[in-house]
Design a binder for this molecule. Sequence first.
Ligand SMILES: Cc1cc2nc3c(=O)[nH]c(=O)nc-3n(C[C@H](O)[C@H](O)[C@H](O)COP(=O)(O)OP(=O)(O)OC[C@H]3O[C@@H](n4cnc5c(N)ncnc54)[C@H](O)[C@@H]3O)c2cc1C
Length: 553
Amino acid sequence: MSASSSVSAKASEAYDVVVVGAGFAGMYMLHKLRGQGFSVRVYEQGSGVGGTWYWNRYPGARCDVESMQYSYSFSDELQQEWDWSERYAPQPEILKYANHVADRFDLRPDIQFNTKVEHAVFDESANLWSVTSSDGKTVTAKHVILATGCLSNARMPDIRGLDGFKGKVYHTGHWPHEAVDFTGQRVGVIGTGSSAIQSVPVIAEQASHLTVFQRTANFSIPARNALLTEAERESFRARYPEIRRFAREEARNGIYTEMPDRGALDDGDNERRSKYEARWSRGGLTFMSVYNNLALDQAANDTAANFVREKIAEIVKDPETAKVLQPNNHPIGSKRICIDTEYFATFNRPNVTLVDLKSDPIEEITANAVRTGGKDYEVDSLVLATGFDAMTGSVAKIDIRGRNGQTLNQKWAEGPKTYLGLMSAGFPNLFIITGPGSPSVLSNMIVSIEQHVDWIGDCIAYMRDRDLDTMEAHKDAEDKWVAHVNEVAYTTLYPQANSWYMGANVPGKPRIFMPYIGGVGPYRQICNDVAAKGYEGFAMTTAEPAQKRAASS
Ligand SMILES: Cc1cc2nc3c(=O)[nH]c(=O)nc-3n(C[C@H](O)[C@H](O)[C@H](O)COP(=O)(O)OP(=O)(O)OC[C@H]3O[C@@H](n4cnc5c(N)ncnc54)[C@H](O)[C@@H]3O)c2cc1C
């Protein structure tokens, strides 16, 4: 089947599927659908592939899931042949990998770069989407897939005077392509989330002085990054079938690691401390999986949080600075836990100052300084490490209109509503990869991306094989799923934090816990069961016979 056969005359081009975004999700979606014989057009607003790794070029940017796992598994040849150089590859290497994948699978001919999708309107009479892009063109497609990314809409802070700052302003999520050299400069970094925690130690080495403006102290675990040896790579590759299976089916967060079999309070103080020490020395995100109740039980969580707070006090020499760096307003792990290379030790450098904004928020930015607490901190350049309008931000920027002209933004005004994080009722044939209501940002995202891509591709093929015209989430299935996502979230400590998972970093955004916390394994099983039952919870309509459609048009 090709949508070209039923194209409305107005559109110049017609595809079976339009995919928005050419990050890891859009790239694999294209590969999958083409392999299934569909015609596909991908639109990407950047000038190259890679998404996150195309935009986030700030100093120190690298993945925090180990590269041997933060990589595609859909092609065994690819995972056997690609050599990751470090335990956590730096951004340029991940971008190189994305480009390698694009070349290896010949993806570029079907991707239109430098083109932003601005409108997607569902035509109920033709059961087709009309997609209009920044190049002024409109194409039609039977299906639209949003591979727009959970962390792709960089959030500019609303600070008085920012526009009048005379020096250079950089956002970590929109870093320039040319190298930025801070040598000899006074630099201010605003924000202390993951991007700041990665970039601060690197910028501190260049800058004559670095001032870090912190609103919320965050927990961070040492990465213990290192070069990978050939033996380590080989060992991983030999075990890939089991590692990938485990990550998909058993791990809650899509990362292969030991599964904890006990809670933090089941061990005595000494035993518990030695386990935390061992994970601290090993480094990385698996610190949080040492016990099975750190995300569930406040007293258990406190043991891990106290351990990290003590480590910060050990590392940071000035007790006042250490105190400000110790997180104390959220359970450990309830905001995305960061991993770092020498972040806390950086505050021992004579050229680094920490400014606590908790009691004195930034008042304004003047032509050459950041003003807070009645004091001006003079800077030549400003780095905004202020994160993203996560999960819904990029979707919201597109004018998406479904049945009865309803916009997705109207429907999601009080928070995103989806069935399985994949579709939203009233928006037929519109899929979201790692959408709100799916594990997405709580997981190794490539595991979640591959699962969604496979599910969506199989679903679209199912529709083709049965000559189905539309597929749409039932409102009651969606309502039940939204309630379930919420209910599971509130069995954990996560909603206690003012995190971007909750939309709390964006003024005015509804406070809803957006990702599904039930774990990637159980979630995959739910999605598979839904598909096995003929896509339970979704309504499907059969294509109208051509003559009937012609008669009614
Ligand atoms: C600094 C950083 C580090 C990260 N590290 C990890 C990690 O270690 N492990 C992990 O699991 N996850 C990590 N993530 C999350 C990361 O976003 C995902 O792992 C993954 O790269 C997402 O891929 P994606 O294709 O879904 O989205 P993205 O990579 O965000 O790609 C989406 C693309 O869609 C494009 N787009 C959006 N809207 C439009 C539009 N209207 N028209 C055209 N194009 C559009 C964007 O330009 C972008 O290129 C990290 C994120 C950041 C920001």
